[in-house]
Design a protein around this ligand. Structure first.
Ligand SMILES: Nc1ncnc2c1ncn2[C@@H]1O[C@H](COP(=O)(O)OP(=O)(O)OP(=O)(O)O)[C@@H](O)[C@H]1O
Length: 445
C-alpha cells in the first residue's frame, strides 16, 4: 500500500525500497513524508524515539511527533514541511516534540527529495534530539521556549557538529558560559576536557604560564614543571571567556597559538601541539574594538568563524515565568510561588544583568516575602522602581554599565557580609565579583 501511495504522488515512480534503505542508513530518527504530512517510510531510530505506532501510508508526522491531530502551524509553530514546499530548499527549525521520554527539543532538518526531472517526490525529515535544553524546568538544562531561544538552539546545534571556531556574543549573565558548555556537550569531543580560560585580569606572565605551562626552574617558584591549560584541553574544547579583555601584546601570542595549534611552555625548548576546539565569548562589541585598534582584526576573523548572538533576557521575556518556576523548583524554596502580578512586573523589567540578575532577584524576593506567595510589593526596589517608571515618556535610558555600577555601588555601601557571601547572592564567582568591582573602581566596605 505504501508503495502504491508513493507511486501515485509523482512520475516517474519512486522506489520505496530505495527510500527505505536511504532512511535506514541514517543514524538519527528519520521519516519520509508526502505533502499531506503522511509518513511513507520510517527508520528504527524514529520508532524508538517516539514510541508511538507508526502506520506507514497513514500516520501523519504531527500525530506522532507532537501528538497533535493538526499540523504544527495550526498551533503557532513554524511548519518545516510548509516552508520546504514553498522554498523548495532544505529548512531547519527547532520544535518541542513528545518523545517516549517526555517533551524534548528536536532540531529538525527537512529536505525535498527531487528526481532528475525536477519533480519533488517527497520530503526527508531528520531529527536531532537536543539534550542540553528544555522548554520546561529540568535540572541542568538551558530553559526557554521563546523564538529567540529556539533560534539560538538551532545555531548551537549546528556549531556543535563541526570544529568551527564559535564566538558567543551577549550581555553579561545571558548564558554564554552555559552555551559554550552545551556546544562542547553536543559535540563529538564531549568525552574530552572542557577547559575554561578567564581572560579578564590576566597579566602577560600569568597568561603564558597558565596557557602554555612551564618547565621546572623557568622562574622563581617553579619548583616543578606544570602543564598549561592548552595542553590539558588536547582533544577537547577551550573556552576563552571575555576574549575582548586580552591585551594587544598577548593577542599576537594567542593568534600564533590558534594558527599553528602549537606552543612552547615557559622556559621550555620543545614545541608542543594541542588539538582543541575553540569557543570564545565576549559582552563587548569586538568590531568596535577592532575599529578603535584595541583588538586585532586578524584575531577577530580567526575566532569569529561562527558568531552566535545570545538574546538578552529582555528579548526573551516570554521565558521569564518558566525560568522563575525552574529556579524556585531547584532551590530550597520549592514551596514558594510568585503571584501573577509579581510575574507581570518581572516580565516588564529590563534585567540588565540578564538571567544571573533574575536568579538574584528571585533570591531577594524570597527573603523579602512573608508568605509562600511572593507578591509584587515583595520584589526588590530595583524592579519596582524601574518597572513603575517604564511608561514615562521622558525616561532616561541607562547603559548596562551604568546600571551595574549603580547597583554595585549601592551594595558596596550597604552590604555587611563577606565578599564570598555577596558573590554567592549575586550568583557570580568571587573572582567575577572582584573583576567587576575593579572595573568600576569600587571596594567593599
Ligand atoms: N537558558 C538558561 N536556563 C537556565 N539557566 C540559565 C540559562 N542561561 C543562563 N542560565 C544561568 O544564568 C547564570 C548566568 O549564566 P552564564 O554564567 O553562562 O552567563 P555569562 O553570559 O557567561 O555571564 P558573564 O558575561 O558575566 O560571564 C548561570 O547561573 C546560568 O546557569
Amino acid at each position: 500500500m505504501s508503495i502504491m501511495t508513493i507511486m501515485t504522488i509523482k512520475e516517474p515512480s519512486l522506489n520505496i525500497t530505495v527510500i527505505q534503505s536511504m532512511i535506514n542508513a541514517i543514524d538519527k530518527p528519520a521519516i519520509f513524508i508526502t505533502p499531506d504530512y503522511v509518513i511513507q517510510a520510517v527508520n528504527q531510530a524514529y520508532k524508538e524515539t517516539y514510541k508511538s505506532k507508526v502506520v506507514v501510508g497513514k500516520s501523519k508526522c504531527h500525530e506522532i511527533s507532537h501528538k497533535n491531530p493538526k499540523p504544527c502551524d495550526k498551533y503557532g509553530e513554524d511548519c518545516p514541511l510548509q516552508q520546504c514546499i514553498s522554498s523548495k530548499r532544505a529548512v531547519s527549525v527547532v520544535h518541542v516534540h513528545a518523545t517516549g521520554e517526555g517533551k524534548s527539543y528536536c532540531d529538525i532538518l527537512m529536505k525535498p527529495i527531487i528526481d532528475e526531472d525536477g519533480n519533488t517526490l517527497g520530503f526527508l525529515e531528520i531529527l536531532d534530539k537536543i539534550n542540553y535544553a528544555s522548554s520546561e524546568s529540568e535540572k541542568g538544562k538551558m530553559i526557554g521556549s521563546s523564538s529567540a531561544f529556539k533560534s539560538m538552539l538551532n545555531k548551537i546545534n549546528r556549531a556543535a557538529q563541526s570544529k568551527i571556531a564559535v564566538l558567543l556574543q551577549g550581555e553579561t549573565g545571558s548564558g554564554k558560559e552555559l552555551v559554550a558548555q552545551a556546544i562542547h556537550d553536543a559535540s563529538p569531543r564531549n568525552e574530552k576536557p572542557f577547559v575554561v580560560i578567564e581572560c579578564t585580569g590576566l597579566s602577560e606572565s600569568l597568561f603564558e604560564s597558565e596557557l602554555f605551562g612551564y618547565e621546572k626552574g623557568a622562574f622563581t617558584g617553579a619548583i616543578n614543571s606544570k602543564k598549561g591549560l592548552i595542553e590539558v584541553a588536547n582533544s577537547g574544547t577551550v573556552f576563552f571567556d571575555e576574549i575582548g579583555d586580552v591585551p594587544l601584546n598577548m593577542q599576537v601570542k594567542l593568534l600564533r597559538l590558534l594558527e599553528t595549534q602549537s606552543f612552547r611552555a615557559v622556559g621550555g625548548l620543545k614545541q608542543k601541539r594541542s588539538d582543541f576546539r575553540l569557543v570564545c565569548a565576549t559582552h563587548k562589541n569586538l568590531l568596535d574594538l577592532v575599529e578603535k585598534g584595541e583588538f586585532r582584526q586578524d584575531l577577530y576573523y580567526r575566532i569569529a568563524g561562527f558568531p552566535i548572538m545570545l538574546p538578552s533576557l529582555k528579548e526573551r521575556a516570554k521565558d521569564i515565568p518558566e525560568l522563575v518556576r525552574h529556579f524556585l523548583k531547584h532551590s530550597e524554596h520549592q514551596n514558594k510561588k510568585f503571584s501573577e502580578n509579581a510575574l507581570d512586573k518581572l516580565c516588564g523589567y529590563a534585567f540588565p544583568g540578564n538571567i544571573r540578575e533574575l536568579i538574584s532577584i528571585i533570591e531577594q524576593s524570597v527573603l523579602l516575602a512573608n508568605e509562600d506567595i511572593i507578591h509584587a510589593n515583595d520584589l526588590p526596589d530595583v524592579v519596582r522602581q524601574l518597572t513603575d517608571t517604564s511608561n514615562s515618556a521622558d525616561e532616561k535610558i541607562h547603559s548596562l554599565d551604568e546600571v551595574e555600577r549603580t547597583y554595585l555601588t549601592k551594595l558596596c555601601n550597604e552590604f555587611t557580609g563577606t565578599p564570598d557571601e555577596l558573590a554567592s547572592l549575586l550568583n557570580v564567582s568571587t573572582r567575577t565579583l572582584y573583576r567587576k568591582l575593579h572595573r568600576f573602581g569600587l571596594k567593599l566596605a
